[in-house]
Design a binder for this molecule. Structure first.
Ligand SMILES: Nc1ncnc2c1ncn2[C@@H]1O[C@H](COP(=O)(O)OP(=O)(O)OP(=O)(O)O)[C@@H](O)[C@H]1O
Ligand SMILES: [Mg+2]
Length: 272
């Protein structure tokens, strides 16, 4: 093999192990309240990360910044090689404008606790809206893909239903199909089962589990479902008072942590 070919191969290998998202010393304050105090985090292609921690520790804020719903107070978030919140203007870094934010967040999808569906659209229209209006994709192709996604989440027989005609679990599955239709490289889930009646939680977790096991997109899941995290997560982060206080494999953090804060947090979820 020529030297050049070897070099190219090595470069490709390096590329494959580059993070898709990197947080570097990211802080966030709301007024006097320092919510995040220096977050450093790499997310690799295909990686499944669960984020756990007490209420108010900053879990939602971390992922809202990546979805560009909240601006960091300092630090940088890179998506591939692009700085999410800053853009180069004639050689100086300036605050990103809406176009830059939209371009860079194109690879990112999010599912919220409270579904955030459009109430005046059918569930099929909900799924088709962003690819057509934001990404300007072909309508027939998007329709076909949306139907496939809705079938995948078990709602193929409800395409013309409106959100108000669905259960919470069904609405959440629509929200997932809608995010998936955009073909994100990374999906963010913020406690997507915590607003649901207990009997509806299982069906939603089952869909996420299916996505996690079969799709190669990266996923960040804020969750209180520890068994679920043990099952699907490659890595678990324990967030406490705005810092990542513990990180490791799901087993290391959930079953084996020596950290007292982790142990006392997890006690709440143990029934034994
Ligand atoms: N827009 C805002 N304005 C002021 N304070 C905010 C805002 N958003 C979040 N906070 C505060 O920041 C802290 C962290 O909030 P965040 O929602 O990230 O916590 P969380 O870990 O997701 O908590 P929970 O488990 O309850 O969802 C909280 O004290 C919250 O009140
Ligand atoms: Mg939250």
């Amino acid at each position: 093999m020529s030297e050049m070919l070897v070099k190219n191969k090595e470069m490709n290998r390096e590329k494959a192990t580059e993070p898709i998202v990197s947080y570097r010393n990211v802080t966030k304050s709301f007024g006097d309240l320092n919510v995040l105090k220096g977050i450093n985090l790499d997310i690799y292609p295909g990686e499944k990360i669960a984020v756990i921690g007490p209420s108010g520790s900053g879990k939602t804020t971390i992922i809202r910044m990546l979805m560009t719903l909240e601006e960091p107070s300092s630090g940088d978030i890179f998506v591939k090689d692009k700085n999410l919140w800053k853009m180069d203007k004639k050689g100086t870094w300036v605050r990103a404008n809406e176009k830059h934010l939209a371009d860079v967040r194109g690879d990112i999808g999010m599912v919220f606790q409270h579904f955030n569906l459009f109430p005046h659209m059918t569930i099929l229209e909900n799924c088709m809206s962003a690819p057509i209006h934001v990404k300007k994709e072909n309508k027939d192709e998007v329709r076909e893909r949306s139907i496939k996604m809705l079938e995948r989440v078990g709602l193929g027989d409800k395409l013309e239903f409106y959100p108000s005609q669905l259960s919470g679990g069904q609405k959440q599955r629509v929200a997932m199909a809608r995010a998936l239709v955009m073909r994100p490289k990374i999906m963010l889930f913020d406690e997507v089962t915590s607003a649901l009646d207990p009997e509806l939680v299982g069906e939603v977790l089952e869909v996420i589990r299916d996505i996690a096991k079969n799709d190669d997109m990266a996923m960040v899941l804020v969750t209180h479902e520890m068994d679920f995290a043990l099952d699907v997560a490659d890595k678990v982060l324990f967030l406490d008072q705005g810092v990542i206080a513990e990180a490791g494999t799901a087993n290391e953090v959930i079953n084996d942590s020596k950290n007292e804060r982790v142990q006392s947090f997890l006690k709440r979820f143990r029934t034994f």
